[in-house]
Design a protein around this ligand. Sequence first.
Ligand code: FE
Length: 233
Amino acid sequence: MNPRTLHKITYGMYIICSKKDDSYNGQIANAVIQVTAEPRTIAIAVNRDNLTHEYILQSGVFTVSVMDIDCDMKLIGKFGFKSGRNIDKFEGIDYKIGQTGVPIVLNHALAFIEAKVIDKIDIHTHTIFFGEVVDAEILNEDDVMTYSYYHLVKGGKSPKNAPTYIAEQTLKEQPRKEVNLKKYECNVCGYIYDPAVGDEESGIPAGTLFEDLPDDWVCPVCGAGKEEFSLFH
Ligand code: FE
């Protein structure tokens, strides 16, 4: 079986938010689908270890921001690879409070949906929440970021808590194209620095060797320093 096959299923990139009492939290999700048209119902899959999961269980409401194609890795890193147990994810974030009382992330959002939980199913590591849509608006007509675009163009990885996560060892067993330039992988989040691509968002041009990155360069996804990187085989 080739585990990469499941990457052929199309997804988007979303930030799902919820609240618990006066606290807010949010996380990246790729699994959001519309289930029924009348009444409008959506489903989201959330890892049971995530803080957002606890918040949705408690408040019974959540919002979904649909990410645009220009969404930067820092935003994805903040909401996808860090925990609200350690940082306030909303610091420096542009958001508004929706009808449900839950924040809606506006950075790189082209649309948002607000929903009230009407049912849920526990599936192994994740809970699928079914939500009746209580509000939904389009903010602009930018292109959406698909999950495959995130993987192929942005070099993004799946965090361990994502439903689409594939153990790195499994991926490494798959054949890869030969490259001359050495790639380095972030030990924290799995981001791979590819010298053939560089790191445009941090002003690093294509062709820059990892060894030549400035000392203060950090992982564009999770913010880890160069010392957290190891050679990618
Ligand atoms: Fe990282």
